[in-house]
Design a protein around this ligand. Sequence first.
Ligand code: KG4
Ligand code: ZN
Length: 333
Amino acid sequence: MSVILAIESSCDETSVAICDNGKITANVIANQTIHENYGGVIPELASRVHQQNIVPAVQQALAIAGVDKKQLNGVAFTQGPGLLGSLLVGVSFAKSFALALNLPLISINHMQAHILAHFIDQPMPSFPFLCLTVSGGHTQIVLVKDYFEMEIVGETLDDAAGEAFDKTAKILNLPYPGGPLIDKHAREGNPNAYQFPEPQIPGLNFSFSGFKTAILYFVRDRQKENPAFVAENLADICASVQHSIVNILLNKLKKAAKQYHCKQIAIAGGVSANSGLRNALLSLQDTLGWQVFIPKFEYCTDNAAMIAIAGYHKFLQGDFVGQEVAPMARMNF
Ligand code: KG4
Ligand code: ZN
């Protein structure tokens, strides 16, 4: 028997999930809307809101799963990477909760959990597979050899793909977080309306900082000629930017698939919710003979279900941590 309660608090979502013998029976996500007023996540505010949200979220998750806390067998939590003040709330709560109920503690790496979200529902990939993990803070191509044996074979040297979306949105005066809004406007636009240069980075690494600057200058120059340029061409700009980001990501993924002779390809993280990326990947399924794994929308952006499924697999391996465990803003695999 294994009923695992999992806590995710690495950024601005307080999430609590229950995994009952490998099946997710609750996944409560309390969003923090306060950051919209500031155009980005304010770490101190995020930490404070986590403190307010965490106890109600735990109670709600237990109620939805129909589980009493005495029936739990383990407590999983995100140890890192993430915002230190945010992580601290989840880690402290998990430690006290486990201590009070005499339960084993299971530490989870947030980036590994994004990938392990593929083991929540069928169809599941088999090892080894390649996963493109694209979120607000990370852009990685990971060779997944086993549940907790992963190798980063390519990553961004500066900004993450999610940042490229969010910073473009900021340039276009769209509210935070801009990624989903660019996706929405892109649906109405022409992806070939404008061309942006593809960064020339060797190997499997990425760079998005020059790309962001190119968009900034492009918008500034066009606005000099026509101050209403953005408003009049928003859909075409969004579609073209999205198309370029997706191309940059998929060109490297194709290279990695060739290099590692891998045909099982997955995507994970917040940006994997992007419809342009999802559709482009699906079309490669036929042209390159890939077997593609795309998470359900609710498991793309931050959630505790992915922490719970990762926790379940660590529970099966008896991989626990002690009360001395501390949050880590930066954390390697
Ligand atoms: O994984 P996530 O929820 O949090 C981190 O661990 O960073 O990823 C958040 C990122 C943000 O940059 C957000 O704009 C982006 O994912 N995102 C999207 C979409 N949905 C979320 N980007 C593009 N299109 C989307 N539909
Ligand atoms: Zn994340």
